[in-house]
Design a protein. Structure first.
Length: 510
């Protein structure tokens, strides 16, 4: 078996994904063959691997940090929320059904522990090190019995655990101590120490607290990472962290042309893969914002209707908020609209859905000549084609099957035969996520948008989205290399948690 580490957190959004990616990039730069792993992920931001498996986008980005292709082994269980009470369960890259939270935690989750341990063991037999990411907090004592992603996987694979705390939120010392003190003796013996994230100011002022934390717990702090703007990777569930934020908070070149382009993204319910617009925000002179009111579309040069796990629900939301009328008005005026995946489907004429919403026949917005039927089998693919005279590639994750009955084709194969999507005037639609990451296609599309919007916008000729992602991952690796105790991390990954760590009462309730 290779070395390993579980990166846990005091809370959700403490920085586990970022720290995991940073450790992976630091290790690979040392010549270590490393892979990421997250036993169970809850996210509407997903990705399709080369073999056609669906996993969380965070693990795909962590694989990129490792400079390897992502596989289903790296995220064997993915939960995709479909509402307040239920989620689609994706096992080893394939959907296996819908379960309520009670049904999942009531028995199904614990039965998956053997599967996730097998996946981890396979990775550890192949790589020098596997850096695992936890979920939420390991001290969620109401869920500990069925846990397969935090201490459950740590115990099962004898992984040392590093607990990350976001000091920018406040209360980090209480969070560290409380997290440890709510774990059982068997779990506590695997918790090696702590990592402070997002610190602002003079570290010397923090050191007395770190010394006291060591005295109280017998555990070291493995580093204090400074607060840095724009260090997120593709986030699981929210909008706060993505490359869009990273680009906006970093030094960005001024617009090449005389005008900027304003992009409004409709923040539909159960929005999925909102990172599709990160590539737009990476362009100098493109301003991206998320909106939920019709008046916010008025000054937009392009409106994007993104993917969603609830196409019919999103359609109703657009109508309730007056956004449907605003989109129809834009289309009538020849003002650009782009629908992606679920957003493409709801722009069509009608939807037959006996799978996702089970609402049967539902009228769409009627902006594209498309009829959609939801199939029980999910389409998962990594297609390539041509659009607007440029090569384009993306990935598909959808149950809806689109029948295009008119308009112009959007994406075609080398022979000019339509592969996906359609266009009517300044309204485009496609099922392909990630297509805007193709630099040539993105620039061609933005030129079309600028012409339709009457803007003197010129795309930069040299923006490389892939290079921006690599720069971001290198910055994460730099953060670990410069501000963590890398010698101690080496020992932890290679040898496991130190022996004889003290138990901190009261421990987990019986």
């Amino acid at each position: 078996m290779s070395g390993g580490l579980l990166v846990a957190g005091t809370t959700s959004d403490a920085g586990k994904s970022v720290v995991t990616a940073g450790i992976c990039r630091w290790l690979v730069r040392q010549g270590v063959k490393v892979a990421p792993f997250k036993a169970q992920n809850m996210s509407l931001n997903s990705f399709v691997t080369r073999e056609g498996a669906e996993i969380g986008r965070a693990q795909a980005m962590q694989a990129q940090a490792c400079r390897i292709e992502p596989t289903a082994l790296m995220n064997p269980v993915l939960l995709k929320p479909g509402g307040e009470q239920s989620s689609q369960v994706v096992l080893l890259g394939r959907p296996v059904g819908e379960l309520s939270a009670r049904g999942y935690h009531g028995g199904r989750q614990q039965k998956l522990l053997g599967t996730v341990l097998d996946c981890l063991a396979e990775l550890r037999s192949t790589y020098d090190a596997v850096i695992c990411e936890g979920a939420g907090s390991p001290a969620e004592i109401n869920l500990r019995r069925t846990d397969i992603v935090n201490m459950g996987i740590a115990r099962g694979a004898r992984l040392p655990v590093l607990v990350v705390g976001d000091i920018d939120r406040g209360g980090v010392f209480a969070s560290f101590f409380g997290t440890l003190a709510l774990l059982s003796p068997e779990d506590q013996e695997l918790v090696a120490g702590f990592l402070v994230n997002k610190f602002r100011g003079d570290v010397s002022l923090l050191e007395p607290g770190l010394d006291m934390l060591h005295g109280l717990t017998g555990r070291s702090t493995y580093g204090v990472l400074p607060f840095r703007h724009g260090l997120g990777i593709d986030e699981e569930d929210g909008l706060r962290v993505s490359l869009r934020g990273a680009v906006r908070e970093s030094t960005v070149a001024p617009p090449v042309g005389e005008d900027v382009l304003r992009v409004a993204v409709c923040a539909v319910p159960l929005m999925s893969n909102f990172t599709d617009v990160d590539a737009l925000a990476a362009e100098p002179g493109v301003v991206v914002r998320f909106v939920d009111r019709p008046e916010e579309l008025t000054d937009a040069d392009l409106v994007v209707v993104p993917g969603t796990r609830g196409t019919v629900r999103a359609l109703e939301w657009l109508r309730e908020r007056g956004l449907a009328r605003a989109l129809a008005s834009r289309a009538a005026q020849g003002r650009p609209v782009l629908g992606i995946c679920g957003g493409f489907q709801l722009l069509g004429e009608h939807i037959e859905d006996d799978v996702e919403s089970r609402r049967g026949h539902v009228d769409g917005l009627g902006l594209l000549p498309v009829r959609v039927r939801f199939a029980r089998e999910k389409t998962l693919a990594r297609p390539r084609g041509e659009a607007l005279g440029e090569r384009v590639e993306g990935y598909e994750i959808h149950h809806g099957v689109a029948e295009v009955t008119g308009g112009e084709g959007f994406i075609s194969d080398d022979g000019g035969h339509s592969l996906d999507g359609c266009r009517v005037g300044a309204v485009w639609g496609t099922h392909w996520h990630g297509s805007l990451e193709s630099d040539g296609f993105r620039r061609a599309f933005l030129r079309e948008v600028a012409a339709a919007a009457g803007r003197r916008f010129v795309p930069a000729p040299d923006t490389s989205f892939a290079a921006l992602r690599e720069e971001q991952l290198d910055r994460l690796g730099d953060l670990i290399e410069q501000h963590a105790d890398t010698d101690a991390l080496w020992r932890l990954i290679e040898s496991g948690a130190p022996q004889g760590l003290p138990f901190i009462p009261p421990g987990a309730p019986a």
